[in-house]
Design a protein around this ligand. Sequence first.
Ligand code: GRG
Length: 294
Amino acid sequence: MAGIQARIETALERMLPGPDIAPARLHAAMRYAVLGAGKRVRPLLVHAAGEVVTPEGTEEWLTRLDIPACAVECIHAYSLVHDDLPCMDDDILRRGKPTVHVEYDEAIALLVGDSLQSLAFQLLADERTTLDAKTRIAMVRILAMAAGSHGMAGGQAIDLASVGEKLSMPELEFMHIHKTGALIRACVNMGARISGGLNENEFASLDSYGRCIGLAFQVVDDVLDAESTTATLGKTVGKDADDNKPTYVNIMGLSPAKAFAGELRAQAHQNLAVFGKRARRLGELADFIVLRKF
Ligand code: GRG
């Protein structure tokens, strides 16, 4: 996994506009938002799902997977930059350093998010890659659905509207399946769909796996927000509770939230059983998502 993280860092470095290219301040800020930090869970998921289709991938195959992997990381980085803005979560720390609007300014942060979102689709649509046109369009569709109002942005709208509200468990789940889960699920689907090697039942199993870990990611995020420190997470902790937002911890309690994350991990593994050793890395990522401490 460290090897994939390193190749993603190199690919992102190459795909982002250089810091000296005009408009230099915007390009430098885009690089500040994306490079040098972050767990790269989403790119790792794209690669791990690709490994289910082609276990011993050639360099050419890995290069194909780098494209959706970098595209989804651009969308993720954009969402963090916008989420940190004063009009949303109003946060000053992200990935262990000042947020983009603090380091630069609010207008630049807005434009960084806009530009990273555009760059994601530019990468997927680029005809110079080895992806055929049908695959490129399928990737664009999966990512657009996951990022837009039926996915992450929609979930964020519900999140903003839920401040001070008492949500039921199904309402909380709906919000997080969209806000956090949709993009994670899209990673698995993009990695799996990049080659036609799986049947529809197998796609459905991977999709269910993606749904489980997408939700688990958020449950664990809520647990870490309650239990961890700002230094360990590189972002301000306890903010959701302070902002009076519903979380798994304040609705279920800490222990039941941890138990729920464990159940989702078990369900994720069940969905992988059919793939045997080919899904080893996806299994390890489910474990990481639930057992992580940062
Ligand atoms: C602004 C449209 C828009 C959406 C924002 C993702 C999101 C929606 C907001 C982020 C708020 C947040 C902390 C959500 C919890 C789950 C999450 C996405 C955590 C951050 O992801 P990690 O832990 O971060 O993968 P790194 O830095 O490791 O990439």
